[in-house]
Design a binder for this molecule. Structure first.
Ligand code: MN
Length: 435
């Protein structure tokens, strides 16, 4: 697919945006905003602002693309007055691309249409800090992969020092089906879960608040296209089914997880909450940041083989703001999506290889992303070797697992040749277990 003109690195906007901000005109990620007066609207982020797509459509700014993309024309303007991106996703890639390009044209420095109309600017452009940023999609399903070789090896070593990687791992992207019902947007407080676990050295399990609450540094892709029961997606078409990427924190209760997971995998140690960032960065916007990835040995089976650059280099940082802290958040981990062994295209193709339908709005998370160095480990289970070696932080702070009141923040951005595309952030604060 040819590069979108909205990616032109020389573009700049009439809105003032610093080079270190996440949302320059080359990004334009999609999300859902809400105010008490307007209710929910679809929007794209530009600098510190949100461009209200419903307001733009009502002013006729999308009339010309509505002619070019009939599915979009039939859905305007109502498709932008929704509580999630789902209906917009179902319009397909030509509609996603046309709207991003029309928004880009409206916002570029030399287009007076919106720029010089003060009343329209007040109507269409809202400060992000003045609106609620809602969960961008309503996922019917959520799948969590396990696609980082370093993470799978490190976790495997904790349980099986001699044989960390199971025999299937290099042949298929391992995953489990999670719960879509507990996926929350950034800023939602996370209640420490209660559950059954077996304290170290004891025979019998107990029930109570988890003592080993952890985060998992992940990204997730948003499925853009619904497939039919029995339909499979060939790997060279897989990316047409992917709308974009967001940041994902897969909160995990390690004590509950380690007691319950055999033989059928993660269950209540995971399903109490996962947090997502509010803005979905499109694959179009990420196009300049493609990389080859780590290489696969042995070669996967033919249905999972795909030449070329199938990975993206997105820098990811996990930060901790300890309970009661007034200092700046502490960086716990810095890693990159380029370390992932399995690509999103491989994950999607494998997911549909048995004919199981995907639904537009579904989320597929990467699994914890760890790199090869101690500073690039994506969860406390790894950073503290199963809780046995506390992290020493500034101010005499020792960290094993999360405490009530701790805030965890995940940030992500891609940067190349002076162009920076951010994913924004996802944060959550731990609340005490229910009384
Ligand atoms: Mn996970």
């Amino acid at each position: 697919m040819p590069a979108s003109p909205a990616n032109d690195p020389t573009l700049h906007s009439w809105i003032d945006i610093r080079p270190t901000e996440d949302f320059p005109i080359q990004n334009l990620p999609f999300g859902v905003i809400s105010t008490p007066e307007r209710g929910p609207r679809l929007a794209v982020a530009i600098g510190g602002y949100a461009l209200d797509l419903y307001a733009c459509a009502q002013r006729g700014y999308f009339d010309s693309i509505a002619e070019d993309v009939p599915a979009l024309g039939a859905a305007l303007p109502k498709v932008f007055r929704r509580r999630s991106l789902n209906a917009f996703l179902r319009l397909g890639r030509p509609a996603w691309r046309a709207v991003r390009e029309a928004a880009s044209a409206l916002l570029r420095h030399d287009n007076p249409t919106l720029r010089d109309d003060e009343e329209a600017v007040r109507d269409c452009l809202l400060r992000q800090r003045d609106v609620d940023l809602l969960r961008p999609v309503k996922p019917a399903n959520y799948t969590d992969f396990y696609s980082s070789l370093e993470h799978a090896t490190n976790v495997g070593k904790l349980f099986r020092p001699d044989n960390p990687l199971l025999p299937n791992w290099r042949h298929l992207p391992v995953a489990y089906h999670g719960r879509a019902s507990s996926i929350v947007v950034s800023g939602t407080a996370i209640r420490r879960p209660q559950g059954q676990y077996r304290p170290a050295g004891q025979e019998a399990p107990v029930f109570g608040p988890s003592q080993q609450l952890d985060f998992e540094l992940e990204t997730a892709f948003v499925v853009g296209k619904t497939t039919a029961l029995g339909e499979t997606v060939p790997i060279d078409q897989a990316e047409d089914h992917i709308f974009g990427l967001l940041l994902f924190n897969d909160w995990s209760a390690r004590d509950i997880q380690s007691w319950e997971y055999q033989p059928l995998g993660p269950f209540l140690g995971k399903s109490f909450a996962s947090s997502v960032s509010p803005w979905v960065v499109t694959l179009d916007a990420l196009e300049p940041f493609r990389v080859a990835g780590p290489g696969q040995e042995p070669l996967p089976l033919p249905y999972l083989q795909m030449p070329g650059e199938q990975h993206f280099d997105i820098q990811l940082e996990m930060l901790l703001l300890p309970a009661g802290s007034t200092v700046a958040p502490l960086v716990l981990s810095h890693t990159s999506t380029s370390y992932l062994y399995w690509s999103m295209a491989q994950q999607l193709t494998h997911h549909t290889s048995n004919g199981c339908p995907l639904v537009a709005g579904d989320l597929c998370a990467s699994g914890t992303i760890s790199g090869p160095t101690p500073g690039s480990l994506g969860c406390l289970l790894e950073l503290t070797l199963g809780g046995t070696q506390p992290l020493r932080l500034p101010n005499d702070l020792n960290l094993t697992y999360l405490q009530d009141g701790d805030t965890v923040i995940l940030r992500g951005y891609a940067e190349k040749n002076g162009l920076r595309i951010g994913l924004g952030e996802v944060s959550g604060t731990v609340l005490p277990a229910a009384g």
